[in-house]
Design a protein around this ligand. Sequence first.
Ligand SMILES: O=c1ccn([C@H]2C[C@H](O)[C@@H](COP(=O)(O)OP(=O)(O)OP(=O)(O)O)O2)c(=O)[nH]1
Ligand SMILES: [Mg+2]
Length: 152
Amino acid sequence: MPSHPLPTINILLKRLPHGEGLPAPSYTTEGAAGMDVVAAEELDLAPGQRHAVATGFAMAIPPGYEVQVRPRSGLALKHGVTVPNTPGTIDSDYRGELKIIMINHGADAFPIRRGDRIAQLVPAPVQHARFAEVEELDGTARGAGGFGSTGV
Ligand SMILES: O=c1ccn([C@H]2C[C@H](O)[C@@H](COP(=O)(O)OP(=O)(O)OP(=O)(O)O)O2)c(=O)[nH]1
Ligand SMILES: [Mg+2]
């Protein structure tokens, strides 16, 4: 039992045949923000190669939430292996297999083995918005300045 229990949502997980025997995503330490997710397939990711790595499960996220897919810093720092679409967005209405898009920016092929922790999942609340079209926007001190307008 964590010493500081956090608000927790239930996510339904459906194991796919090729995911049998793999651990569900889980927190490796009590205070972890992300749940480590493991690979359900094996490949050697060549330098420059991208691949959508199977996880072997699908899920149903409750309405009002998403799951973000984030890279693991150790893989990024030590091997140049990361998630190019970070944070990946898993919609609450998606029922297909969760796949982790990996890219190898390193100089060497990177082996991915079944059961390896390849990324982490962070659930987050979703705020919907609607656009209201207007002729003019209110003035601000920043105005149209951006992209470094305030200096380095
Ligand atoms: O890293 C990822 C990103 C997405 N997905 C799945 C779940 C997500 O709900 C769906 C769509 O993702 P996204 O909206 O980012 O991709 P898109 O290119 O806009 O595809 P779509 O037109 O299907 O929405 O693909 C993954 O399995 N892994
Ligand atoms: Mg989309």
